[in-house]
Design a protein around this ligand. Structure first.
Ligand code: SF4
Length: 263
């Protein structure tokens, strides 16, 4: 299989996964279409999420699904401010109707480690801050058990407005909102992302595999390591599962330690 065929097979897999998630349409801006066409026409780029360390940096397939190139966004807080401005008083999906606050995200804008959940709950909606309810308190304990402070990491969700009655976000809501998360990831550029729960893991990794199969090992989003694990809210209902999360967090901690240059 040549490079162009590799690329097309990746696009095909991406579209197939979206169909399995129930999505009927994929938004491609004129810029996205242009990028897709130029990549195909030049036959020069291989996009693979399977291997690290290739000449051409692997990229998330979502990079072609929004209006402008992520390379144009400045890093850190400046980039986050631009994304927040672009979101504005967002009414792009039905979740805007029931929200009190849009929950953008919180933490270190240049964090090495990022946590991604599925969406805000009641407390988060009221305060406009992610993971502040009981599940959030448990997440803070997990971060501290890893030897870090909550302020060291960045915390965000796949959808930024609370789904009614805490239901899971629907595929079209995820598809509408996730480009903003991908942009946040692009400007923060964490080394590792912990995907909390099935929805976050499946949305980030573009898969329908269950969380029980995904957790316990790293996956790739572009060149970022992604560790899926159980959601803290699930741990509150099933405390016996905490040990699996702890095993996952030890692997994450090891990767973060490898990145840090000893002083
Ligand atoms: S969930 Fe995301 S896309 Fe939907 S209204 Fe809120 S910010 Fe906009």
């Amino acid at each position: 299989m040549n490079e162009s065929e590799n690329f097309l097979s990746l696009v095909e897999r991406w579209l197939r996964n979206h169909r399995e998630l129930g999505l009927k349409e994929v938004y491609l801006s004129p810029r996205g279409v242009e990028s897709l066409l130029s990549l195909t026409a030049r036959k020069s780029k291989t996009i693979s999420l399977e291997k690290r360390g290739q000449k051409e940096k692997p990229r998330s397939p979502f990079l072609i699904a929004e209006g402008f190139s992520l390379e144009e966004l400045p890093r850190g807080q400046k980039g986050l401010d631009l994304i927040r401005k672009e979101l504005g008083n967002c009414t792009r999906c039905r979740l805007s109707q029931g929200r009190t606050h849009l929950v953008f995200g919180e933490g270190n804008p240049e964090a090495e480690l990022m946590f991604v959940g599925e969406g805000p709950g009641r407390e988060e909606d009221l305060q406009g801050v992610p993971f502040v309810g009981r599940a959030g308190q448990l997440l803070t304990k997990i971060i501290e058990a890893m030897g870090m402070k909550r302020g060291d990491v960045y915390i965000a969700n796949v959808v930024k407005c609370r789904p009614p009655d805490n239901r899971a976000p629907l595929p079209d809501e995820i598809a509408t909102c996730i480009p903003f998360l991908i942009k946040q990831i692009a400007v923060i550029r964490p080394k590792v992302i912990v995907a909390l729960g099935k929805i976050a893991a499946q949305a980030l990794l573009n898969t329908t595999e269950p969380i029980t199969k995904l957790r316990g090992r790293f996956h790739l989003l572009g060149d970022i390591l992604v560790m899926p694990t159980f959601h803290p809210a699930y741990l509150l209902r099933n405390p016996a599962m905490k040990r699996y999360v702890w095993e996952d967090m030890k692997l994450v901690r090891k990767e973060i330690d490898k990145i840090r240059v000893p002083s």
